[in-house]
Design a protein around this ligand. Structure first.
Ligand code: ARG
Length: 464
């Protein structure tokens, strides 16, 4: 069969242009959405009397049979038919004959592709959300196990104040919650049904767009036909949401990589989630975390490519927009594999509690706590800060920790010091005394863990 649009042409497309123009290798993954969309379209045009009910039935049966055959691997696509839309239409005509040629009545590939990509991405958003929830479950478990695992918290990558491993992990849970909500939000805006917009200016047939919207589970209709076919904002929004997920995973990766080094030695990755060196027999490398960090670049790249692809094209549809799929599909696949591999790596890692605790010894991370103690004894914070600064300097000079100073030494810096100071300096107390909303105390983190658990249950219920 020649091209579906071949009537106006005197010559065949050159082989090179044929391949250049074809997107089937990429958009074939949308075969199901394309067929579902076509079934809804045919249901509607046959109900509206645009084609007969009998014809509608035959076409729908043909489309269902094609779907079956595709899923059983009995049919294949060809680049001669350019994209998934024309491949399916051609297969339909082969399957049911002449009546198949009525499928594309009152429709254009422009509104068809705008529909298919929305349907496909809606499904992928649900998949991504599930993977985020799976990761949240792992964080919940790991954090619950490490409610009392004390470690130094850092600013500027310098030991700063005492926290727990649970509190640190729960910071990532907050990021993932925002990632999840961004996806929910993106879904809402994507949920507008473009079919019926035609090439750009709708159609003269008496179609029923509301019916199609309902059959396909969309929230609302795209109400400007030009925008409905020219809009790819939802692809861009998703690309951004995916970049942000990668940014979060990449920060986490960076920490894992640091923590695995002998310099930190805070965690050990499971053998199944690390790799060796071809030359250095002793090596155990955090390749998964490094790859996640590295792949963040391509997800950002896809976003920038999409933004650039869209920025100069006049309304409405232009073929430039065919490039959207390869880019967004790559981002989706990358984020999916990263979320699942990375979260399993976290699930299986061993926490080296002793080393974390030991690291709290150095770096005077209890200095703020002792300054606060002075403030409670009626010394202005700025003065207390200065006193502690001098005490830290003294300790460095004398190779001591704050808690090693005798009461006499303490008193030489301020008369108000008593034995209580040693309680305040104890790292466990430093953490537990930070008992305000958002703080690292076991009480506060327990509240957050309970919230996270409820959140996961609620989101899983929403899915059903
Ligand atoms: N394969 C095309 C795409 O992905 C489908 C729309 C083609 N429309 C057209 N008028 N050539 O954008």
């Amino acid at each position: 069969m020649g091209k579906l649009w071949g009537g106006r042409f005197q010559k065949d497309t050159s082989k090179e242009v044929n391949d250049f123009n074809s997107s089937i290798d990429i958009d074939k993954v949308m075969y199901k959405e394309d067929i579902e969309g076509s079934i809804a379209h045919v249901t509607m045009i046959s109900n509206c009397g645009i084609i007969s009910l009998e014809e509608g039935k035959t076409i729908i049966a043909g489309l269902k049979s094609i779907l079956n055959k595709i899923e059983n691997g009995e049919l294949s696509f060809t680049s001669d038919n350019e994209d998934i839309h024309m491949n399916i239409e051609t297969l339909l005509i082969k399957e049911i004959g002449e009546v198949g040629k009525k499928l594309h009545t009152a429709r254009s590939r422009n509104d068809q592709v705008a529909l298919d990509i929305r349907m496909y991405l809606k499904g992928e958003i649900e998949n991504l959300k599930s993977r985020i929830l799976d990761f949240q479950k792992i964080i919940l478990k790991k954090a619950s196990e490490n409610l009392y695992t004390i470690m130094p918290g850092y600013t500027h990558l310098q030991r700063a104040q005492g926290i727990t491993f649970a509190h640190h992990l729960m910071a990532y849970s907050e990021m993932l919650k925002r990632d999840y909500e961004r996806l929910e939000d993106c879904y809402k805006r994507m949920n507008s049904m473009p079919l019926g917009s035609g090439a750009l200016a709708t159609t003269t047939y008496p179609i029923n767009r509301v019916m199609v919207k309902e059959l396909l589970n969309f929230d609302r209709l795209g109400v400007n036909s030009i925008d409905a076919v020219a809009d790819r904002d939802f692809v861009l929004e998703l690309a951004n949401d995916l970049s942000m997920i990668m940014m979060h995973l990449s920060r986490f990766s960076e920490e894992i990589i640091l923590w695995c080094s002998s310099e930190f030695s805070f965690v050990e990755l499971d053998d199944a989630y690390s790799t060796g060196s071809s030359i250095m027999p002793q090596k155990k490398n955090p390749d998964v975390a490094e790859l996640v960090r590295g792949k963040t670049g391509r997800v950002y790249g896809n976003q920038v490519a999409l933004l650039t692809m869209m920025k100069g094209i006049p309304l409405a549809y232009n073929k430039d927009m065919q490039e959207d799929k390869e880019l967004i599909f790559d981002s989706i696949n990358t984020v999916k594999i990263c979320l699942s591999t990375f979260s399993k790596m976290i699930d299986t890692l061993t926490v080296k509690e002793e080393n974390m605790k030991k690291a709290c010894k150095e770096g005077f991370i209890n200095a703020t706590d002792l300054a606060d103690y002075l403030v409670k004894k009626n010394i202005a914070f700025r003065d207390a800060h200065k006193i502690l600064g001098e005490m830290v300097f003294y300790c460095i000079e004398n190779k001591k920790h704050l808690e090693d100073l005798s009461l006499e030494e303490l008193k030489s810096f301020s008369e108000v010091f008593t034995e209580e100071a040693y309680e305040v300096l104890d790292i466990v107390n430093c953490v537990e005394n930070r008992d305000v909303i958002g703080g690292p105390s076991s009480k506060q983190v327990t509240i957050r863990l309970k919230e996270l658990k409820d959140y996961i249950v609620k989101k899983e219920m929403d899915k059903e």
